[in-house]
Design a protein around this ligand. Structure first.
Ligand code: NAD
Length: 454
């Protein structure tokens, strides 16, 4: 018995009937999504607090308002994005019409993780709906309370003949992936990304893979340690470090490390108080499995700040590790928690070598008062995205694409990039029916005279 067959058939029929194509229909779906966010903001905030102990502030800035502004942008630009894009022509097509048409793919599957369970389901959904697709949304089974709101409340705001939420973990998602989709948008770990890509390959389904990895953060000697520490602490411990673009480790000289440690301690105390465990602004680790994994990483190197944990709450204090070896697990796997190891380098060249010896990261950060240093890191490395002198502020710009490169993923979205990702760019040429005399020059029999005219 296939639990998904009826749902997928219903959605395919709606797509074949052309239901999702008109701009009015797409706009109505986007407005519905906006109403869902506004009318259930509190319910979503409560769910995020239950799942991740996420503060109302972090829920608002990183989940709800970011999704709302993507909806607003898509609504403002929908008709312009949908318009055929005229392209330059050559001599032989001067009288014709040449353009790119943005067509919906058809039935799209969006698979999401648990760390930003509203943002990472709804932002791709905005792009998929704006582009006129039917959508199956598969939220993470780990962010249970949010999953419940998405499954029980969200469908009431969208046309259910074109949209469905399906639930499940690896087994159910594996079963779902046996079906043919026209596009798969996956956000999650590189391990599962490979599973999704193999399943997609069986149907030759195109994919976007938004994956994770280890994001380096280079800090130059020429910097203001307190400013760097404030920014670093904010974006490492935001969402308890469970952020795909968080800095995974710091590369700096031993001197800069010595200046940064007290500054980081000061920032952590100002942000979360003397006892971060009682702070309403610090979240918790999503599951026992991740808690145990992170507690294991606390044994790497030497704890310079924090290091406390409490299994009963899945609490891990904002932590800084020093004297870390490159071969230790904390430098081998993505941390995805409130732990920040320092790795010492003697020069900028050594830092760049260190970065380039590893897989291309999703995000890369460089701090320096010297613009040339930041520009050198940018020029001599590669990553999905780059931000100089701050944390993930580049994500606040919907004019920038978001996505990985190499092991951190493939494809991009946010703003118009989302619309383009979920659209097939169909190359179209509408020829003029006349002029046959001139056009017949290309037909056989070929002759030296015809060749000379080319
Ligand atoms: P995950 O890969 O374990 O799970 C992601 C989704 O895949 C979930 O919906 C899950 O149910 C499903 N899934 C899990 N195992 C599966 C299997 N065997 N077959 C099919 N589907 C399966 O990731 P996670 O733990 O939810 O999220 C953390 C990871 O996601 C980190 O690596 C992080 O860096 C990455 N991430 C990346 C981005 C990005 O935008 N690039 C954003 C957030 C998280």
């Amino acid at each position: 018995m296939d639990p998904f067959a009826d749902t997928l058939r219903r959605l395919r029929e709606a797509f074949s009937a052309g239901r999702t194509r008109p701009a009015e229909f797409r706009a109505a779906q986007l407005r519905g999504l906006g109403r869902f966010l506004q009318e259930h903001k509190q319910l979503l905030q409560e769910a995020l607090a239950q799942d991740l102990h996420k503060s109302a502030f972090e829920s608002e800035v990183s989940e709800i308002s970011i999704s709302q502004s993507e909806i607003n942008l898509a609504l403002r630009n929908l008709r312009a994005w949908m318009k055929d894009e005229k392209v330059p022509k050559n001599l032989a097509t001067q009288l014709d019409s040449a353009f790119i048409r943005k067509e919906p793919f058809g039935l799209v599957l969006v698979i999401a993780p648990w760390n930003y369970p509203v943002n990472l389901t709804l932002v791709p959904l905005v792009g998929a709906l704006a582009a006129g697709n039917c959508v199956v949304l598969k939220p993470s089974e780990f962010s249970r309370s949010t999953e419940k709101v998405l499954a029980e409340v969200l469908p009431r705001y969208l046309d259910q003949s074109c949209f469905a939420v399906v639930l499940g973990g690896p087994q159910e998602t594996g079963q779902l992936l046996e079906h043919k989709f026209d596009y798969i948008f996956f956000t999650g770990s590189p391990r599962v990304g490979r599973i999704v890509m193999s399943a997609a390959a069986k149907h030759l389904t195109p994919v976007t893979l938004e994956l994770g990895g280890k994001n380096p953060c280079y800090v130059d000697d020429n910097c203001d340690p307190q400013t760097v520490a404030n920014r670093l602490a904010w974006f490492r411990y935001f969402n308890t470090g469970q952020t795909c673009v968080a800095p995974d480790y710091v590369l700096c000289s031993p001197d800069t490390q010595e200046r940064l440690l007290p500054a980081l301690q000061s920032a952590i105390t100002r942000f979360y108080g003397e006892d971060p465990r009682s702070s309403p602004n610090l979240g918790r680790i999503i599951s026992d499995k991740h808690f145990q994994r992170l507690r294991g990483l606390l044994g790497c190197g030497r704890v310079a700040i924090g290091g406390q944990s409490d299994e009963s709450e899945r609490y891990i204090a904002p932590t800084v590790l020093v004297d870390v070896e490159e071969t230790e697990p904390v430098m081998q796997e993505e941390i995805f928690g409130p732990i920040l190891p320092f790795v010492n380098v003697r020069s900028l060249d050594e830092a760049i070598d260190f970065i380039n010896r590893r897989e291309k990261p999703l995000a890369l950060y460089a701090f320096s008062n010297n613009k040339q240093v930041v520009k050198r890191v940018l020029a001599q490395t590669s990553s999905g995205s780059f931000c100089g002198n701050d944390g993930f502020m580049h994500l606040t710009l919907d004019s920038l694409p978001f996505g990985g490169v190499g092991a951190s993923g493939m494809g991009r979205y946010h703003g118009k990039f989302s619309f383009d990702t979920f659209s097939h760019h169909r190359a179209c040429l509408l020829r003029c029916p006349g002029m046959e005399k001139i056009y017949s020059i290309r037909y056989p029999p070929y002759s030296p005279r015809k060749l000379s005219l080319l």
